[in-house]
Design a protein around this ligand. Structure first.
Ligand code: SF4
Length: 455
């Protein structure tokens, strides 16, 4: 590796390996990071062994993602003993655990929070220089911004079929369990015209699907643009077959957005509607700002407008103070709602949240596990039943690539975002194709497809 400094580009490029943990927003942020660093002359590699710099874009929302990052850091410690290496932690963990990370993990050279990625090339170059000079200076950039939306950064997209656009960043809702308002800061929306221009460029590059991202997309506001108007404009972009969005908040799901979903042929008939708990008492402690009655009324409204809309949700089991009767209410509501799918998590207390300050994490690990398992089993049966309802139906499938288990199988998604698999010898396919296939079998997670019968 050649000598570097903060103003001079290297003759031999510095190789960077970037790993991403957590949600789609983090995947999108990694695309921004790649773009910003490539502009500055850095080269990315998939091979950790070739990298001069290893970056981890982290998530602080779930314990699981958090533990994976710590495990990976201890592996990097061994590599760093053997050769020069700059290690950077980006994203929500960098923001939320800055003291802990710098103290417990002396191997970390750079910490950059979600609003500080523009500073990353400079921080990395300084870290490389410091390392060459035998110094041990840390680069830290974790200030939150009220304005940063990276509106002028074109993400370095790889997928070829699905593109994400973050239409807003941050969150003002302060759900008591959630760390996002502290790690990603206050809500701010990107300019609508910039988003639509980006959607046109994405279509010109051959992408077929756009997912509009925001911590709470219903809060999108830019001048006289709201989210319903924005998604309709994006769905009108020629060449874009499908538009999705995640996540809306059940407390303020506006009718115009529902009408947009129902009426526009390119907006997918799928809504992710995080429930979190079926108990009003627990929803109150979570500061979710809706009751079960209101949630149920919203689902009724959605289904009255269009009964085939695919609904998915998130549920937390074992939140602080959750009693057996609260969990029973959640269980019964899940039975009643028959969501197509659900992400079910054990509650894990997150540092700096309202719940961590106010409510003791008093449900034992064993009880949390038992509740998650019971709910998971219930949901698996419901998902199985829901998927079997598609048997013999002919569905439009957007091809994403090969199936994970076998390159002999193609894999794509239904309009409702359900994974579909087929035999490529029978149905040849390329990523980006839009196929019309008949469903002949279904599991709780997957639909199996074949050519439709010739009529
Ligand atoms: S709406 Fe609630 S759960 Fe979602 S990001 Fe905001 S604070 Fe977190």
């Amino acid at each position: 590796m050649k000598r570097t400094d903060s103003t001079q580009a290297t003759a031999t490029p510095t190789h960077v390996h970037l790993e991403t943990f957590g949600c789609q927003m983090n995947e999108y942020d990694s695309e921004l990071v790649r773009s910003l660093m490539k502009q500055d002359g850095f080269v990315f590699t998939d091979e950790q062994e070739r990298a001069d710099v290893i970056l981890m874009n982290t998530c602080a929302i779930r314990e699981n993602a958090h533990n994976k990052v710590y495990k990976h850091l201890s592996e990097l410690k061994k590599i760093k003993r053997q050769r020069p290496l700059v290690v950077g932690v980006l994203g929500c963990m960098a923001q939320n655990l800055k003291e802990e990370l710098t103290e417990i993990q002396p191997l970390i050279d750079v910490l950059a929070g979600p609003d500080s990625y523009r500073q990353l090339p400079m921080l990395i170059r300084n870290a490389l220089l410091s390392q060459e000079e035998g110094l041990d200076q840390k680069g830290l950039a974790v200030d939150l911004s009220e304005y940063e939306t990276y509106h002028d950064v074109v993400p370095d997209r790889h997928d070829g079929v699905n593109a994400w656009i973050a239409v807003m960043r941050g969150c003002d809702n302060f759900c008591s369990f959630c760390v996002v308002p502290y790690t990603r800061g206050r809500e701010r929306s990107r300019d609508a015209e910039g988003i639509i221009l980006e959607a046109h460029k994405i279509a010109e590059q051959g992408f077929k699907q756009i997912t509009l991202l925001g911590q709470n997309v219903n809060s999108y506001r830019f001048g006289d643009w709201d989210f319903a108007r924005l998604i309709l404009a994006v769905a009108d972009v020629p060449g874009i077959e499908r538009v999705r969005f995640t996540s809306p908040h059940p407390k303020d799901f506006p009718m115009p957005l529902l009408e947009a979903v129902v009426s526009h042929p390119h907006i997918c008939k799928q809504i992710h509607l995080p429930l979190q708990s079926g108990s009003d008492r627990i929803l109150g402690l979570m500061n979710r700002a809706y009751t079960i009655r209101e949630y149920r009324a919203l689902v009724d409204r959605i289904q009255a407008l269009r009964s085939d809309i695919v609904l998915s949700t998130d549920i937390i089991c074992g939140f602080a103070g959750e009693r057996d009767e609260d969990f029973d209410e959640t269980y019964r509501l899940v039975e009643e709602m028959r969501f197509h799918s659900a992400f079910i998590f054990k509650y894990s207390e997150r540092k700096n949240t309202i719940a961590a300050r106010k409510f003791p994490d008093d449900v034992s690990e064993a009880v949390k596990t038992e509740r998650v398992t019971r709910l998971f089993d219930l949901q698996r049966n419901i998902s199985y039943g829901r998927n079997r309802e598609y048997l013999k139906a002919v569905l439009p499938i957007l091809v994403e690539g090969d199936a994970k288990r076998s390159a002999a199988q193609g894999m794509g998604k239904s309009d409702g975002n359900i994974t579909v698999i087929w035999d490529k010898q029978i149905v040849p396919s390329q990523p980006g194709d839009l196929l019309s296939l008949a469903i002949y079998d279904a599991s709780s997670t997957t639909l199996y497809a074949e050519p439709p019968p010739v009529s």
